[in-house]
Write a new protein. Sequence first.
Length: 290
Amino acid sequence: QARAVVDEAVGRHGRLDVLVNNAGGGGGGGGGGRAPPPPPPRVRSERPVPLSLEHHLAETCTSVVHRRGPASACDPSRPDVGDAENVGDPAYCADIGDSAKDGTMTTLLDRPNTALLIVDVQNAVVERAHERDAVVANIGGLVAKARRERIPVIWIQQSDEELVKGSEGWRIVPELEPDDTEPLVAKAYGDSFEDTELEGVLSDRGVGRLLVVGAQTDACIRSTLHGALVRGYDAILVSDAHTTEDLTKWGAPPPELVIAHTNLYWKYQTAPGRTAGTVETKNVDFAGEA
């Protein structure tokens, strides 16, 4: 935030040395009779809890921080998108509110559907994972629920030098079995979108909202959540359906704390025109906001 204040001040004065000379009187000359510079704009502190949806929408559409307009209104057919004149325009802001009524605020156009995204639940990935059996059981329950409700189930499968494609460790755990009709997306990086077919798979199914489960919490789960959000998706983490192994000897916190911290910070994650957050397995509603 402090850096943002400096950047804004530099933008007004044009050069950092001009800003410093104005503030310090040119190195002791009293500033040449110039009036002292105005105080920097007040920086708002981080809120401990998220705003209500209505408050968030109103603030997004009126704040100069979002002068270019919320990402959810980035419709290329509208030439006015991104203009400062749109800020505070009720019609402009209504575009976002309408999308929220259906439980989604994705910035992706014509993508109203939800999918269950299962990340790297492979033998070698979860064999030493914290509460492995309970997490796998929760994921299995969500898969069954999604299939009953005809929600797309998308499987992600990592391969690399240590996780060789075709090996026993590479395979999906035996408790879970992808259906022949369900896409299985191969990846080689932490972010499930990076250099994969995932975006095309989701686009073909009209998906703009993801329920994310799997492993590992502090690697591919976090990378995929952030990757989804920055690409315009709503990204919901199922809080008791992801896990990681004990990496304390390399300086990491115990796995239960890694999981708890990830749930904590993702619960309050925000972005213009998109929703994040967490939900327990028992409360997942593929058709709603949870």
